[in-house]
Design a protein around this ligand. Structure first.
Ligand code: G
Ligand code: G
Ligand code: MN
Ligand code: NA
Length: 253
């Protein structure tokens, strides 16, 4: 648990960073939003992956404080971008199960949006299938409240979990994020069929679709033909700190 102690220490000493990865609308090729991704820098210049420390934070309960900080940073970042002439960009924030379980989660999200006077539709929450399946009723209830306030909801890593498709109708979703495993395998029949099926499912349910992990032109072209709405991946941009993101936006002009 040495790592947890370090994480707690670094978090309370303001050493976690929130980076942003652009999300691009395929039709216009314009950046329309970004995903916020935690980074934990180490003294040696390396980073410990969130895939490693988020589970620790979840198990210890630290994720509640970290999650609130992430939401706050995201709201501050939306406002900062607005002031710099980039209004209308959406920020997607990953939310994990203990945050939903925490009493007052819904209100704390709404308070955060109000405190920073962010348009609620510019904030999107990303939840995974496992969060939904863990406690469907509670999660659906919480999401409905957030949705009626105007906050957007995306289902993350879609297709690799064990969700029942019936929940897709009950969830107040706006967007499906197609897991990058299917995009990686787009050149194989299985990847192609699954990706196309998810995009068509989105169309029938009137949900936007975004493909994760897009790394090359062939994948982009295939997704365009299938009618996918948005893309995110190393081909466009890697996750980057706020100053670098601003630079990226300036170059897009
Ligand atoms: O950025 P990277 O690929 O290293 O992220 C690895 C995992 O960590 C992803 O599944 C991502 O959803 C998760 N993650 C990154 N930032 C956050 C965060 O702020 N909150 C939560 N709950 N998960 C995050
Ligand atoms: O699980 P989630 O979708 O929240 O995780 C997003 C993670 O995917 C981030 O850690 C990010 O670094 C990673 N990622 C983003 N774009 C690409 C990509 O094009 N290829 C690969 N392999 N990973 C990516
Ligand atoms: Mn995500
Ligand atoms: Na994902």
């Amino acid at each position: 648990l040495a790592m947890l102690r370090m994480l707690r220490h670094d978090f309370f000493n303001d050493r976690l960073e929130l980076w942003y990865q652009p999300q691009i609308e395929l039709a216009s090729q314009r950046m329309v939003g970004m995903e916020a991704l935690l980074r934990w820098p180490q003294a040696n210049g390396q980073f410990i992956s969130p895939a490693v420390f988020i589970p620790l934070a979840e198990y210890s309960g630290l994720i509640i404080d970290i999650g609130n900080w992430v939401l706050e940073q995201a709201c501050l970042h939306i406002k900062a971008l607005e002031k710099q002439g980039y209004a209308g960009l959406r920020i997607a924030v990953n939310v994990s199960m203990p945050q939903f379980r925490n009493h007052g989660f819904v209100q704390s999200v709404i308070d955060c949006v109000n405190r920073y006077q962010v348009k609620p539709e510019y904030l999107e929450l990303e939840i995974t299938e496992s969060v939904v399946m863990d406690e469907p009723k509670m999660v659906i209830d919480a999401l409905q409240k957030l949705k009626s306030f105007g906050i957007k909801v995306a289902i993350d890593d879609f297709g690799i979990g064990f969700s029942s498709l019936s929940y897709l109708q009950q969830l107040p979703l706006d967007r499906i994020k197609i897991d990058r495993a299917f995009i990686r395998d787009l050149d194989l029949t299985a990847g192609e069929v699954i990706t196309e099926t998810i995009i068509n499912l989105g169309k029938r349910l009137q949900l936007f679709t975004i493909a994760e992990g897009v790394e090359n032109k062939a994948q982009e072209q295939a997704l365009k033909l299938m009618g996918c709405d948005e893309v995110q991946g190393f081909m466009y941009a890697k996750p980057m700190p706020p100053a670098e993101l601003l630079h990226y936006l300036q170059q897009q002009k």
